[in-house]
Write a protein that binds this ligand. Structure first.
Ligand SMILES: NC(=O)c1ccc[n+]([C@@H]2O[C@H](COP(=O)([O-])OP(=O)(O)OC[C@H]3O[C@@H](n4cnc5c(N)ncnc54)[C@H](O)[C@@H]3O)[C@@H](O)[C@H]2O)c1
Length: 256
């Protein structure tokens, strides 16, 4: 059976739990014919345990995306395993507790800086670390955002971090287009992952979807977001870059 990622080699970050968007992305990517490699934070053992639930075995590499040594050794490890890459999935987000949950006006810059480093700047760092692995055929970089056009309840400094991620993606699209590298984001609706559970009052934010989403939104199903990522990794969006595709039940289109 042929899949839309047949023959593609994809690096997937962000597999932590079965509820991770990245886990579903990795699973779908394998089902669609890709060879994948995973990166792990904070510990490879956690990711390795979850990776056993994937259709096929996969190598797991430790990667703290703020660690220059980890980033520097990524190229050689991936080259040895897969020979190169056709796609990269950035599924990483973090903000310290005092940057979330209604503390926007009092968050110290150190916490804002951490949120920006891990959640936004890392799209550039990861892409540059993987750049030598993407050959003449180019590649597709896909990240995950939460619509940064609006101020949301509780989301606080993750909002500006996602706005920075969205802008970073556009600038990467600008600078890497000549190498036929596309950079796009999926803007997902709320999903009850670890990252979401770390936001105090996340249910208040998620409740917006119960009232306003045109399509019935299921917070415990990360698969639609994973499907969006896989579509952008495939050859079915060959002339799309710098784009943000909403997988949010259509909520972004609704005013009230
Ligand atoms: N859950 C949601 O409601 C939602 C909605 C829209 C977008 N997103 C985004 O989707 C992406 C994946 O989140 P998720 O919901 O699957 O949650 P998750 O908790 O499963 O994934 C977040 C990942 O970030 C990784 N991470 C954190 N700090 C890191 C670091 N320093 N280096 C490398 N990796 C690091 C964690 O290991 C984890 O795997 C994030 O960018 C998140 O902001 C989530």
């Amino acid at each position: 059976m042929s899949g839309i990622l047949d023959g593609k080699r994809i690096l997937v970050t962000g597999v932590l739990m079965e509820s991770s968007i990245a886990f579903h992305t990795a699973k779908l990517a394998q089902e669609q014919g890709a060879e994948i490699i995973l990166t792990a934070f904070p510990r490879p053992t956690l990711t390795e345990r979850i990776a056993r639930k994937l259709p096929r075995p996969t190598k797991v590499i430790e990667l703290d995306v703020t660690n220059a040594e980890h980033l520097a050794r990524l190229e050689s490890v991936v080259r040895e395993e897969l020979g190169g890459l056709d796609g990269v999935v950035h599924s990483i987000g973090f903000a310290p507790q005092d940057a979330l949950g209604g503390n926007f006006l009092n968050t110290p810059f150190e916490s804002v800086a951490t949120a920006m480093h891990v959640s936004a700047y890392s799209l550039k760092s990861l892409t540059m670390a993987c750049l030598p692995l993407m050959g003449d055929g180019g590649g597709s970089v896909v990240g995950l955002t939460f619509d940064a056009q609006f101020a949301w309840p509780q989301y606080d400094w993750m909002g500006p971090a996602k706005a920075a991620l969205e802008a970073t993606s556009r600038y990467l699209a600008r600078d890497l287009g000549k190498q036929n590298i596309r950079c796009n984001l999926i803007s997902a609706g709320p999903i009850g992952s670890m990252a979401a559970k770390s936001i105090p009052g996340f249910s208040e934010l998620a409740d917006v979807w119960n009232h306003r989403s045109p399509l019935e939104w299921n917070m415990s199903d990360p698969e639609p977001a994973g499907r969006g990522v896989v579509a952008l990794l495939s050859d079915w969006f060959p002339m799309t870059t710098g784009e943000i595709v909403h997988v949010d039940g259509g909520l972004h289109a609704i005013g009230a």
